[in-house]
Each structure stands twice: as C-alpha cells, then as structure tokens.
Design a protein around this ligand. Sequence first.
Ligand SMILES: [Zn+2]
Length: 381
Amino acid sequence: MVEKPTQIFNRNEIPRAVDRIPEKSATLEFKPEAELLEVDDSPEIKEIDVAKHLSNLPDNQFLIYSPTALHNLGLEDRMFASCGRSDHDTSIAFAELKKIDIPKNCEEITVFGAGRAIDIAKYLAYMHGKKLNIIPSLLSTNSMGTPFGCYENLSEDRTKTTLHTGYADKILVDFDYLATLESGRLYGLADVLSITTALHDWDMAIAQDPSVQNEPIYQNARKIATSCFQQIEAGALDNRTIFNLIVNSAYITGLAGSGRPESGSEHIFSKFMELEALRKNDPMMHGVSVGLGIALMATLQNNKDRQHLFAAIRHLGLVSKYKGREEELAKLAAYVLTQLDPHPVRYSIVNARLNDLENTSFSTDLAYTVVRALLRPKDHE
Ligand SMILES: [Zn+2]
C-alpha cells in the first residue's frame, strides 16, 4: 500500500521563466532556472565536489555506485575507506536485493549512480532504516526526487512493483561534474514531459470517476510541464534548470501520494518496453522508453500538446540513438503495444483503447507512424 504523505503546497508559484521566446541574443535577461517546489520531508539539496566527496567518504557510509560513473571520475581503482560497498550490477529483483547485507557500523547509505542504482539504494535504506544520500551521476530519470522505488518481482518475471520508500535525506549534486557528461544528460526530462500525457489520462480518469480529481496537484503538475516547454523553447536548458524541472516532476508525485501526475499511459508503455528490451539483453534507458511512450500515447490520445511533445522529444534527442534503426525500434514498439495491460487502478487511454492495441495491424501502424515521425520528421511535414 502506498502511504499518503503530508501535503504542503508550494507557497511560491513556479515562475514563468519567459513570457515570450526571446530573440537569439547573448544578453538574455530572464532567470532561466525553474524554482523548486517546497515539499515537506523532501531531501536537503546541497552542492558538492563529487570527486572530493567520494574520496573522503566517512567510515559510516555504505556506498552503492555505478561502475561507469566511478570510471568517468577516474576513481575506479580507489580503495574506499567506507565500511561497505556494492556496485549496481545487482539485479533490481526483490530476491536479489534481500541478499545484500549492510554491515552494522554503516549508519548511512550513499549512492552515486542513476535510476537503477538509486532505486536499489532507496530499497536498502528503507528496509534497513538507514539515512540515504543520493549523488546523481546522470540526470537520466527523476528517481532521485521521488519517494517511490520500482522493482522487478523476479528477474524473469514481466511484472514490477512500486514501493513507497520515502524521500532520500539528501541529494548531493555536482553541477560541474554533470556539465562534463554528454549522452543521457537530457533523458530525465522525459519524466517531466510525461506530465503532459499523464494529465490527459487523468482527465479521462476523472470523467470515469470524479472522486479521483485533485485540482491543486493537477494545476501544479501542469505548471511544471509548461515551464519545461518554455525552457526548451528559450534554449535555457542548463543543468540547474534541468535538475529543478526533474526534481519538481518527482516532488509532485510525493505531493499526490502516487505517480499519477507524471506517470500515465506513457509509463505503462515504458515499463513493458524496458522489460522486453531487458529480455532481449539490450537494456533501454528510461528516458528513451518514456520518450517513445509519450509520442505513442499522445498520438493515441489526440493530445492537444502533441506537436509540442514531438518537437521536444526530437529536440532532446530522446530516441535519436535509434537513427538508422527505425525498423528495429518500430517492430519492438509494435509488439509491446499489443502486450500492454492497463494500470491496476489508474484509468488511462490504455483502458479506453485496449481492443485497438491488441490488434496487431493497429499497433504496427501506430508504432511505425510514430517512430518515423520522430526519427525522420522530414517525411512527415
Ligand atoms: Zn519515469
């Protein structure tokens, strides 16, 4: 069961960063940063020098890290003085996580990694009652800021469980380090753009059952998505802005007590897509599967922001690593679309169009049209 956390609404509205798209100019006067929502019990956010921080990690820390991220920092050979460590190649299945032993003298858990490693750390901190410090190695999902973790029930199983783990105690962020990263830098914004399709699903759910309405949360979520479109259009996507947008998309789930404001039909698709890619031994980044899910579901929804969404997904390059492999991606997406199950409680476009989606020729047509439109936009203008 998901426990409903205390709700506190932000006192400051998220400022409109720009009222209109500025002309290309070196003297932009507006403040590009989107401001963080104020949320009860949310993590303390501190800027750090990550290399220095990890090199001087206190003895009471259990470190969970992404080997690639550590390698990028040139720290892979370093013997950590911490009392325990685990790399993130562990499966994210519950059965495997339960085997990880945390030494008694480890009072806190520090994780240096992205989505998967962070979810593992959240589970361990929650199960063992430890404080949790998250150092994002990549802004690739919003998991650093949500009070939820997502886990496979069994590695070979096609199901996942979302668990309410609570927020981390601290998010420690090194913007200089993040600025050195190339690929995947913008992937986390998929979890911000997904608000747009999730809110359409929410509208559909409200039409079915008015009691699921929550106007303040809905409007706050809408503002985060609008702010994201504005920042993209203004070309104002520095790492601090990206970080704030992503963390806000996470906080809004904490305020809502569920993923509903940012996780709708596009995340149903992404979950099945990631599991299918995993079964094919070709893991797919969350930002890629969500990006594609947004485009597919926005099309199915006839979403009023569809054009904005397609432009943003192309601009952020969410699926561009599949350029030249359109056929492969479309084929996989078409298959996954026929396999979708609706969310157990949250009504969405997947419920409404399940019969169509189960029809192979319908799903194939949808997948090929959307993949081509994303990767070969010239053909579709
Ligand atoms: Zn997500």
